[in-house]
Ligand binder design. Structure first.
Ligand SMILES: [Cu+2]
Length: 707
């Protein structure tokens, strides 16, 4: 028998071994199973871009829908945005922008994270509340307890830079620790100019971000307690795929955690609180709207101020028994949102984009992980979530000059009619959602473990899908250029999924393939609106050069996803490894003949890694296929395939100092990134509405100094 510890992944073999050795429960959690996570550690992987979401491109089944250099929406097996549960140190982040300009990974900068992990395939119900599209977890550095009573000083300085946008990052993590205490702080500043590609620049794609963290941990006996604060201030960042750019994201994030780690029990309690203030604008980083005479058209200037507040709690009890673990928990997340659109040139103008929004979830679950025999393992669990959403009453004034007739007068009348109709509806909604999952593994021989899993997962509608009352593009980052209108009566999505695969761990060769099939009832998708009020309003806006006609209406339809992904490693010699990750996914509507929008093209990463003494080097090709399966409903454009070559090397100058350098897109290939959206900002190098290009050649370097 060869038990596989499911928390272990090859990329962190050494550190994980150390972590396991300290864990008193380690013997009791050895249940037969397959590798169900894929982890990238920033210590082991050269990362050039500022956005942690870019790391997903190298993970099986994962990718990123990129709306800006600091705006990466996680995609997993074709699902993205709110469908993918992204957690940072075990807490859910409530994005401040209604277009997810600050998608959750915005709050886990590359320079701060220790690792990013994705759950492969079916996610246990204990991992999060709504995991219909998967789960990923970013871990930030927290420092380590010392082994004596005297205090020691430790830390890491991280400096990085890249040529593609003349960007640089500087950060320092400092900790003062002993056997019982960790005091830690983290400081970071990063900025970049507009990103280049063969043929020009993406404007605007510049960014500037400050970050400051402080935290404390205490341990005594079986108890461990920690309290952390983070202030993430994004000063500005271009999002050319969206109608406005980030002018500010001021966020305060609080997190407290207590763990009691006994012999038979572990209790984890966690609370968090976030407060985000966000400003955006269509007239600051990008060229403002122009009149036909070519001068700035002040009537079409739009800014927005949005706020969000989030509170979460998690209480989890694990009981370790002879043949596995019981897990039970209760969790909650309580989110509030507001967003107001205004015109800096006309103070009376306003649109309550979202007002008094609440989205609250309380859930509980029971889960069991167990050995059925020496060769078989089973995990099963069920969860219930109660989701309540609500909106306040909305209003707008689109006739700031109080004109008695004409376009602003008519638009304002229609906006008021839309608002009155919305306000008259029953906006408060409750959903009762039940999830379950089961995963079964069987060891077929010394090298191979077979696996099959099934799950039902749910997702209640997002606040945008329910409460977007006027045809606008505030869609959680869909960035298809369409305007949308919500429906308070939307039902939750319900998916049923099957997954199968195996782990092969041979002497020189390992191979982890998975195939999946997911049927989603009541899938929420924009369909052509038949609502004359919304259609007329969108048409008038389009006539004024704002937005597009023919709005879409969020509706419950049916959809299916299926595909295959794998990772493989082959040791060619003791120093040379061949590494491969492949992802294939299809997403289709079942009610009509159409493909789903913004799904990753088939892709393959092939890499050769060479380990020298104190240095290593990597040669990598990343190949994307054509994407011809596009959504007609979302007017999605096809893209061609391409291959990009990346090289990198790292050198341990001393055990405490590492220098790395690399070139991404070595051949300066020009390509269209299918997941990068369409250009919405004036740019002499990229036409309005054209697919945004992938980044050009970038020479980058980083230095990490541990002390
Ligand atoms: Cu925004």
């Amino acid at each position: 028998m060869k038990p596989i510890i499911r928390y272990m992944v090859p990329l962190c073999a050494l550190t994980c071994q150390a972590a396991l050795a300290q864990d008193p429960n380690v013997e009791e959690i050895v249940v037969i199973g397959v590798q169900d996570t894929h982890t990238v550690r920033t210590d082991d992987t050269m990362v050039a871009p500022a956005d942690t979401a870019e790391l997903l491109k190298k993970m099986p089944g994962a990718n990123v829908n990129k709306n800006g250099e600091l705006t990466g929406l996680a995609q997993y097996r074709g699902m993205f945005g709110d469908r993918v549960n992204v957690s940072i140190n075990g807490t859910h982040i409530n994005s401040g922008g209604p277009n997810a300009m600050d998608a959750p990974l915005h709050y886990a900068p590359v320079a701060l994270i220790e690792s990013l992990s994705i759950s492969r395939g079916i996610v246990p119900v204990s991992m999060g509340q709504e995991t219909i599209g998967g789960h990923m977890e970013a871990h930030t550095y927290g420092g380590e307890f010392g082994d004596s009573n005297s205090f020691g000083f430790a830390g890491r300085a991280y400096l990085g830079g890249q040529s593609v946008n003349s960007g640089h990052v500087g950060s320092a993590l400092l900790s003062l620790t002993n056997r019982h205490h960790i005091f830690r702080t983290f400081l970071m500043q990063e900025q970049g100019g507009d990103s280049k590609f063969d043929g020009g620049k993406i404007t605007p794609s510049e960014y500037d971000r400050d970050r400051w963290d402080a935290g404390y941990s205490y341990t005594q006996g079986n108890h461990e307690f920690s309290l952390d604060f983070a202030r993430n201030n994004t000063l500005h960042a271009g999002t050319a795929a969206l109608p406005m750019d980030i002018m500010a994201l001021d966020s305060d994030l609080w997190r407290g955690k207590y763990v009691w780690d006994g012999t038979d029990y572990r209790v984890t309690a966690q609370v968090s609180k976030s407060s985000i203030l966000h400003w955006m604008s269509n007239n600051t980083l990008r060229r403002p709207p122009l009149t036909t005479a070519g001068t700035p058209d002040g009537t079409r200037f739009r800014n927005a101020r949005t706020t969000s507040k989030g509170e979460t709690f998690v209480l989890k009890v694990e009981r370790f028994v002879d043949n596995g673990v019981w897990r039970a928990g209760v969790d909650g997340s309580f989110d509030k949102h507001g967003a107001n659109i205004f015109n800096p040139n006309a103070p009376a103008f306003f649109i309550n984009n979202f007002k008094g929004i609440e989205r609250n979830i309380v859930g509980f679950y029971l889960e069991r992980e167990m050995s059925l025999s020496d060769r078989t393992g089973l995990e099963i669990g069920a969860r219930y979530n109660r989701v309540n959403t609500d909106s306040g009453t909305v209003a707008a004034n689109m006739n700031p000059m109080n004109l008695p007739s004409g376009m602003p007068f008519m638009m304002n009348n229609m906006a008021n009619m839309l608002a009155m109709r919305f306000n008259a509806q029953d906006l408060s909604q409750s959903d009762n959602d039940v999830d379950w999952f089961a995963r079964f593994s069987i060891e077929a021989g010394y090298d191979t473990t077979w696996y099959v899993g099934a799950a039902r997962k749910t997702r209640a509608p997002s606040y945008q899908e329910r409460y977007l009352w006027m045809p606008l593009t505030s869609t959680g980052g869909l960035a298809d250029g369409k305007t949308y209108i919500g429906d308070p009566n939307l039902k939750p999505e319900v998916s049923h999924e099957l997954e199968a695969g195996f782990d092969y761990d041979g002497r020189d060769f390992s191979f982890y393939p998975r195939a999946f099939y997911k049927k989603v009832d009541d899938f929420i998708q924009g369909i052509p609106s038949t609502d004359m009020m919304a259609i007329n309003f969108a048409q008038m806006m389009a006539n004024m050069g704002m937005g597009t006609p023919d709005p879409l209406q969020f509706a419950n339809v049916d959809a299916t996803y299926y595909g295959f992904d794998m990772e493989a490693h082959y040791a060619l010699s003791s120093r040379l490894d061949l590494r491969s990750v492949m992802s294939i996914v299809r997403g289709q509507r079942d009610d009509i003949n159409d493909d789903l929008y913004r799904i990753s093209p088939d892709n393959l990463v092939l890499a050769l890694d060479y380990r020298g003494n104190g240095w290593s080097t990597s040669f990598e090709t990343v190949t994307y296929a054509d994407q011809n399966r596009v959504s007609n409903t979302n007017l999605e454009a096809k893209t061609g395939g391409y291959t990009v070559v990346n090289v990198s090397g790292r050198w341990n100058v001393t055990p405490m100092l590492e220098i790395g350098a690399g070139i991404n897109n070595l051949l300066d290939e020009r390509f269209e990134d299918h997941l990068a959206g369409y250009n919405r900002a004036y740019n002499p190098d990229v036409a309005m509405g054209a697919r945004l290009p992938g980044l050009g050649r970038s020479l980058y370097g980083r230095m990490m100094w541990y002390f």
